[in-house]
Design a protein around this ligand. Structure first.
Ligand code: BEZ
Length: 249
């Protein structure tokens, strides 16, 4: 049985072997990296602002967001198979994010030079151009601000972190996936639909909810108020469990 530290070191070795096999050989020397422990972000915290280079030029994050929502997501590195499929998937889903007024932005700790070469591979293999900015966080500035490096999983590369941030710049969702598991971006859209609905109405969305399905009335809403707010009626299974058609459909 490997210790947590040995597990991280083993993961790093196999990752480096994969990268040696897939990344271009004419890459510039990587700058020395000091990974400092960063404080964890929590739901409800202000999303830290930053300025960093990207495939669409330098980005000042809060200014770039404007009054949109944002999905900020990291992946371990360029020229890796799962990440290639993830970026292709997000590029194909971009109209769905746009429809919800959500801007998407990716991050990896590779330099812009790599991102630009890799974008060609993404277009070639995924049937979609890289149509959103990819931060070139080679100095780990953003990765450290958002606690995207988990040293016991991998010493210096980012894990698959996702942050959904609302127009007030408040962090509304955080999730972290391991390097070996590509994410389900339809699930992110589902969470955004839930957040946007529940910000607007006194409801919450039950397990496995999908847009258009029934929702639950917040326990803080009294029945006399619920009668007025939900003219479609509701079923009371328990005083705290009242089910109603999704409002505003
Ligand atoms: C990938 O994106 O394919 C990947 C990255 C790091 C470790 C394993 C897979």
């Amino acid at each position: 049985m490997l210790s947590q530290h040995e597990y991280g070191a083993e993961k790093s070795r196999s990752f480096e072997a994969m990268r040696a096999a897939t990344a271009p050989t004419d890459r510039p020397a990587a700058p020395p990296i000091e990974v400092r422990p960063s404080p964890s972000l929590r739901l409800g915290d202000k999303a830290p602002d930053f300025t960093q280079d990207s495939t669409q030029g330098p980005i000042r994050f809060h200014e770039w967001m404007g009054d949109s929502w944002a999905v900020l997501f990291s992946h371990p590195a360029d020229f890796t198979p799962v990440c290639t499929t993830e970026l292709g998937t997000v590029a194909r889903l971009k109209p769905e994010f746009d429809r919800r007024k959500v801007k998407v932005i990716g991050l990896s700790v590779d330099p812009l030079f790599f991102h630009e070469q890799w974008a060609g591979d993404i277009a070639e293999t995924q049937g979609a151009e890289l149509n959103f900015p990819l931060l070139a966080d080679a100095n780990r500035k953003v990765a450290q601000l958002y606690d995207m490096i988990h040293p016991n999983a991998h010493a210096t590369e980012t894990v698959r972190s996702v942050f959904i941030i609302d127009p007030d710049k408040t962090v509304r969702l955080i999730h972290t996936y391991p390097a070996s598991t590509g994410r389900n971006f339809d699930e992110l859209l589902r969470v955004i639909d839930s957040l946007q609905l529940t910000d607007d109405q006194k409801v919450a969305t039950p397990a496995n909810w999908k847009p258009g399905e029934d929702v639950v009335i917040l326990p803080s809403v009294r029945n006399d108020e619920a009668d007025k707010l939900f003219p479609g009626g509701y079923r009371e299974l328990k005083p705290y469990l009242r089910i109603t058609p999704q409002p505003n459909r």
